[in-house]
Design a protein around this ligand. Structure first.
Ligand SMILES: [Zn+2]
Ligand SMILES: [Zn+2]
Length: 529
């Protein structure tokens, strides 16, 4: 182990009282953080007692739709039609910019190593995330949040053409005590002629780690931090050396130096995970003010720096002020252990809250189809332990959390349905799919028991077990020849489609499905093993 100080210890069920004070440092922040059991608080101590109204409607808000003329000049809008009054996102100049966009010609004076002042050239823009005052970012669906992220990307690409700009900081202040002067949901983009100190320090830290281990510390985020959730392309973690209580990072799974390399598909994927994290933080802490920052790399990063520059998004609820010790030493005291934060934020309650809010009704039906597979299809002998843990975490542990929450939250008295998607592989038992199959078999056993435990609630619990279905996950890692041989084994001479599976789920969810309970319904077109 190259860097023992950066490995999450397994605190298991330790109470804070049995822990010793610890200083932790992360290469990506390059900053010591003190975790002290004597000062430790439990996550529940942070619930805000009187949540501030996040967006009181002022008598006049220039960010609201219809008041565009009161704002500083518009840079672009989404959709990109200037004449369309029904915009969803607007990117505008800040009316009170910290830097001036008009000083570019004067900004090319040579800067020496000792210079203590340069011309204040830069950009300071505002991204209005929604046309209506009542909508907060976390109310928007993942595609809509993806559009906000794509708007950041577009604006960064525009600004990056200016040679004097060295760093572009995207950030959001939500709530007055997080620094938001406008309550209408918005974020900001600040483009600087210098590389700020936190960025230089981060590069120093990630470089040292790379030189010591040959690895990018953020590519290792899943192993080095406390995982909360993950999507196809991102993982959210409570960082091992979190500077602030309840701080969350969302890190791209694939190595990527700059945020603005994000493609549209990944933007929507990130939008979904960002929404989930904002909702979970809001739910656990009573809608606190918060900031998020996108930590990307300097625009003019050298080729040799690329292996250890990896962007990420940091969410920081505003729960504790910065005091004299922090200002004096640059070290921080964090009263909450991130391993406890991860446990709290892994809970699934906010998902159900979001569904109840969206449908304005108690939840009656849970359908869980989340699943991942190792597309290298290793034998059990060759399966890395990390991959086993990852697959069980999503497929089995995720299903367990959903079942647990549903058993406590679904409306009883009839019509309640729990439906989990498993896999016909639990019967086919194919070599090379041991972990995936075992993860799904565990779910089938759990659901059969859950059906019995729900006696008297009127809630049924079943699995639907599809065979090969033409999805991205099915094709991943399979050669054309493999796919062809699978198709040849089907009596219908084709792969299943999602439209073959949805009606089965639909039937189980209907009133007519009540008499099917504790079953695994195989839906695979009589696929031959
Ligand atoms: Zn407004
Ligand atoms: Zn990386």
């Amino acid at each position: 182990m190259a860097s023992p100080s950066h490995t999450p210890p397994d605190h298991g069920g330790d109470s804070v009282e049995t822990r010793s004070p610890e200083l932790r440092k992360d290469p990506a922040t390059n900053r010591w953080v003190i975790f002290s059991p004597a000062r430790a608080k439990r996550p529940t101590d942070f619930k805000s007692k009187s949540p501030e109204n996040p967006n009181p409607k002022p008598s006049s808000c220039p960010f609201c739709i219809g008041r565009e003329h009161e704002c500083a000049p518009e840079i672009f809008r989404v959709p990109p039609d200037d004449d369309d009054p029904n915009w969803r996102i607007r990117v505008i100049e800040n009316l009170y910019p910290a830097l001036s966009r008009n000083l570019e010609t004067q900004s090319n004076q040579p800067e020496t190593g000792t210079s203590r002042s340069i011309v204040g050239f830069g950009f300071h823009d505002v991204v209005i995330e929604a046309p209506l005052h009542s909508i907060q970012l976390s109310d928007i669906d993942s595609v809509g949040i993806g559009d906000v992220l794509i708007a950041y990307r577009k604006r960064i690409e525009q600004i990056a053409k200016h040679d004097s700009i060295n760093y572009i900081q995207v950030f959001k202040n939500h709530g007055a005590s997080a620094g938001a002067s406008m309550s209408h949901s918005h974020s900001q983009i600040m483009a600087l002629p210098v590389v700020p100190p936190t960025v230089s320090s981060r590069l120093d830290g990630t470089k040292d780690y790379f030189e010591e281990t040959g690895k990018c510390c953020l590519c290792e985020a899943k192993a080095k931090h406390f995982v909360i959730d993950e999507s196809s392309h991102f993982v959210s973690v409570a960082p091992y050396a979190a500077t602030y209580p309840f701080e969350v990072w969302i890190v791209p799974k694939d190595h990527s130096s700059h945020f603005h390399h994000l493609d549209d598909v990944k933007a929507v994927d990130l939008g979904g995970l960002l929404k989930l994290m904002l909702r979970k933080v809001a739910k656990q802490l009573n809608d606190p003010p918060y900031n998020y920052m996108i930590h990307t790399s300097p625009l003019k990063v050298a080729e040799s720096q690329l292996p250890y520059t990896h962007w990420f998004l940091q969410i920081v609820p505003q729960l504790s002020g910065v005091g004299g010790f922090e200002m004096g030493s640059g070290c921080y005291i964090n009263p909450v252990f991130p391993e406890d934060v991860a446990k709290v934020l892994r809970e699934f309650g906010p998902l159900f809250d979001a569904a109840e809010k969206a449908f304005n009704s108690p939840v009656h039906i849970l359908v869980n189809s989340a699943g991942i597979v190792d597309s290298n299809y290793p034998t059990i002998a060759n399966t890395p332990i990390d991959d086993f843990d990852r697959i069980f975490r999503v497929n089995t542990r995720g299903s367990f959390f959903c079942c647990k929450e549903a058993a406590n939250r679904l409306k009883g008295g009839g019509g309640g349905r729990i439906i989990l998607l498993t896999s016909s592989l639990t019967e086919a038992l194919n070599p090379g799919q041991g972990t995936y199959t075992a993860s799904k078999a565990a779910v089938e056993a759990m659901v059969k028991i859950l059906a019995k435990e729900l006696k008297g609630s009127g809630i049924t619990a079943n699995c639907v077990s599809p065979g090969p279905v033409a999805t991205e996950m099915f094709f991943s890692g399979k050669s054309e020849e493999t796919v062809r041989s699978i198709i040849e084994r089907s009596p219908f001479g084709r792969l299943g489609e999602t439209r073959d599976i949805a009606p089965v789920v639909g039937f189980l969810a209907s009133d007519g499905g009540e008499w099917i309970n504790g079953q695994v319904i195989v839906a695979n077109g009589a696929f031959l093993k």
